[in-house]
Design a protein around this ligand. Structure first.
Ligand code: ZN
Length: 53
């Protein structure tokens, strides 16, 4: 699996879950696990959710 942003090879845990955010160590992009079987990643939205404070 490569980073969709910078094409760096990603080292991923085997037990990733859908919806998990995985940061790319190379470019810092946040990648969301959109599927696990097979594994698929997508760039997470850059806008942070407002979780309330
Ligand atoms: Zn990257």
């Amino acid at each position: 699996m490569n980073c969709p942003e910078c094409d760096a090879t990603l080292t991923l845990d085997a037990d990733l879950i859908e919806g998990e955010i995985v940061p790319c160590a190379d470019c810092g992009a946040e990648l969301e696990v959109i599927a696990t079987q097979p594994l698929a990643l997508a760039l997470a939205p850059e806008i942070e959710e407002d979780w309330g404070e």
